[in-house]
Write a protein that binds this ligand. Structure first.
Ligand SMILES: [Zn+2]
Length: 213
């Protein structure tokens, strides 16, 4: 299985795709944020940096990532939300070279902006277990009126699931990520998947990660 860098704008279904890969093919999802929080439990220096709200230096992030990848051995992994910048992407290339690993494939869930907006404004969530449902798609509608399938309590529409907040987050994401997308596209490593049907997305992702394996 190929390793994956997963890029996706808000509401494009990154979590769903990651979960599918972990459940189906035994991928491990790596979030550098989680890695840092874990390390900070036993590292006073890092803890102090994080508590002060300062940015953690790339060197620390890469040290942790390197240790993590070495520990993983041949288990395929998904980098979730990382690299964030072209500079980090270059450092990641160097790290891979260093430990003689392949980057794999960069998957960009390039779902149409208006479709994403519709998902967000029609989203209702359970205040208890955070499960999300849709008032628009029957497949994702709650089974019983406006109640959570699991907790049986009333679902709510969050204030920040608005058209305005969505457009703002989407534009912020693009502005931040565009140069990274260009970087990987230029290397011929980026694959865009713009489908909305999860079955089709899973199918495409599956054939991508198995390719030439
Ligand atoms: Zn619930």
């Amino acid at each position: 299985m190929k390793n994956i860098i997963l890029l996706a704008p808000p509401a494009a279904g990154k979590g769903t795709v990651a979960k599918y890969l972990c459940d189906t093919f035994g991928y491990v999802s790596i979030s550098t944020g989680d890695m840092l929080r874990e390390e900070a439990k036993s590292n006073e220096e890092l803890k102090a940096i994080m508590e002060s709200g300062k940015l953690v230096g790339d060197d620390i992030v890469f040290d942790l990532l390197k240790a993590k990848l070495n520990k993983l051995g041949n288990t395929p992994y998904i980098l979730d939300g990382f690299p964030r910048t072209v500079n980090q992407a270059v450092m990641y290339d160097e790290l891979l070279q260093n430990i003689e690993r392949e980057l794999g494939v960069v998957i960009y869930l390039d779902v149409d902006k208006e479709e994403l907006k519709e998902r967000v404004v029609s989203r209702i969530v359970c205040p208890e277990c955070k499960a999300s449902y849709s008032t628009r798609e029957d497949d994702f509608a709650p089974k019983n009126g406006n109640l959570c399938d699991k907790c049986n309590i009333e679902l709510v529409h969050r204030d920040d699931d608005s058209e305005e907040v969505f457009y703002q987050r989407y534009e912020e994401y693009l502005a931040k990520t565009m140069s990274l997308i260009d970087y990987y596209e230029g290397k011929g490593l980026l694959v865009r998947i713009g489908d909305t049907d999860p079955v089709v997305v899973f199918d495409k992702v599956s054939s991508l990660v198995k390719e030439n394996d």
